[in-house]
Ligand binder design. Structure first.
Ligand code: FCB
Length: 457
């Protein structure tokens, strides 16, 4: 195995990440109500193999064991998300103490082991009762989210200082309302724009609420920007396709959140769909509330070209009906995602330029078809090489002047990979879904080695 020898700045945070619906299970315990993912995963044909998060990794019951595992790996920090339907089962209104208590126990356990909790308030499990009221298409969702945030930060803010409002609002809007691959599974580009707008409004409305309940809070949002590349020998139509895809993937969020405006051309490109009446006076200033850092989740670049004369594009991203996505270039992970450390570096540099903020890589990792070998171990050399390549890119970006404060491996555990169910394994720790036994993979050991070496410097 190639060795990894790069060094990182003092105080660099090494972590791993998960999300509530993907690992917790206990879907109907202690007052938790259904989320849009409970509904979606029960809808035939939406999730591979008909898998659901009913049991997942059973982390709700095994969190103490999982904290011990994190401690063995030497993690400085653990990024997890809170399930809104546990905390406010009816979406708005009464707070469920039992739900909050779970997170309180989790936080205490982490702190006892010297692991910093990094909490995401929304990682996609919207209470179903709120979707019944229109979900993110309802402008009231901004207030719902701010009230829910107040309940969580009010309960944990004495022990948690690192708060993230939303995980990847691109997925909660474009992937969920235009492409339809994620809950609630709609296929309408206009709805996706409205949802994106309301998600950013929810984020911006929650930021001051978080600060009010936790004056020392470091407040953040996690985006999933992707480097967009066109054909090397492309013409100006291809350049336009790159611009449109970049707006729909990146500018749609960088613009309102960091520049107080939608990106150049985006409103014109989408004028055929809408008069944008959902954008009201004052919204953009709410959305661009100052933050303390930016979380970046990044896995792969995006390749596009322009649709040629008469060619039908199936692209449902807003403003992208003339854009065709082209094949990723090998090597590919088990998700079919292109492995490109270079695109990782470029997107980190871009994220820092756009935001002007310190960056945390809040997710990065790869899926491979792992199995437990006869020796009882999980040998995953591909994940090790993905990890090395992407950490090299992080080190390069830091050398190029980007203020990167930490890296969180996705994921601590194999887990429910959304529309792919349990088919795709991203963990640095293997989970046997029959016995729920955890086995640290070779990549987990290598990550622990890199962390220990960093700590010993
Ligand atoms: C990200 C999600 C995370 C996980 C990884 C593979 O988009 O935030 O929950 O599914 O992809």
């Amino acid at each position: 195995m190639a060795t990894f020898t790069r060094t990182f700045p003092d105080g660099f945070i090494w972590g791993a990440a998960t999300a509530s619906y993907q690992i917790e299970g206990a879907h109907d315990e202690d007052g938790r109500s259904p989320s849009i993912w409970d509904t979606f995963s029960r809808t035939p044909g939406k999730v591979l193999g008909g898998d659901t998060g009913d049991v997942a990794c059973d982390h709700y019951h095994r969190y103490a064991e999982d904290i011990a595992l994190m401690s063995d790996l030497g993690l400085d920090a653990y990024r997890f998300s809170v399930a809104w339907p546990r905390v406010i089962p009816t979406g708005t209104g009464a707070v469920n103490r039992a739900g909050l208590d779970f997170y309180s126990r989790l936080v205490d356990g982490l702190l006892e082991h010297g692991i910093r909790p990094v909490v995401t308030l929304y990682h996609w499990d919207l209470p179903q009762s709120l979707d019944d009221r229109g979900g993110w298409l309802n402008r009231e969702s901004a207030r719902w989210f701010a009230d829910y945030s107040a309940a969580v930060v009010g309960a944990l803010g004495d022990r948690v200082s690192h708060w993230t409002t939303l995980n990847e609002p691109w997925c909660s809007s474009i992937l969920s309302y235009a492409i339809g691959a994620h809950a609630p599974g709609h296929q309408d580009p206009l709805e996706a724009m409205v949802a994106a707008h309301h998600l950013m409004l929810a984020h911006g409305t929650a930021v001051p609420v978080i600060r009010e309940h936790c004056p020392d809070a470091e407040v953040s949002i996690t985006l999933n920007p992707s480097q967009v590349w066109g054909p090397e020998d492309g013409d100006e139509r291809d350049a336009d396709a790159v611009r449109r895809a970049d707006n729909a993937l990146n500018g749609l969020f960088f613009g309102p959140i960091f520049h107080g405006a939608y990106p150049d051309g985006f409103l014109d490109d989408t004028a055929r769909l809408t008069d944008h009446a959902f954008i009201r006076n004052g919204d953009l200033s709410t959305m661009s509330a100052p933050l303390d850092n930016l979380g970046v989740n990044n896995y792969f670049p995006t390749r596009v070209r322009a649709a040629r004369n008469g060619e039908e594009s199936t692209n449902r991203m807003p403003g992208c009906s003339s854009v065709v996505e082209t094949d990723p270039r090998p090597p590919l992970t088990d998700m079919g995602w292109e492995m490109s450390p270079e695109s990782h570096r470029l997107i980190l540099e871009r994220s820092a330029r756009e935001s002007g903020l310190p960056i945390y890589i809040t997710e990065n990792g790869s899926a491979w078809p792992d199995t437990v070998s006869e020796d009882g171990e999980v040998h995953d050399p591909e994940r090790v090489s993905y990890l090395h390549g992407h950490l090299e890119a992080v080190a390069d970006a830091i050398e190029n002047g980007v203020d990167i404060r930490g890296y969180f491996a996705w994921s601590l555990l194999d887990n429910f990979e959304w529309a792919y169910g349990y088919e795709k394994r991203f963990g640095i720790v293997h989970v046997d879904y029959d016995t729920l036994e955890r086995t640290v993979k070779d990549s987990g050991r290598e990550y622990a080695r890199i962390i220990a070496e960093h700590h010993s410097r």
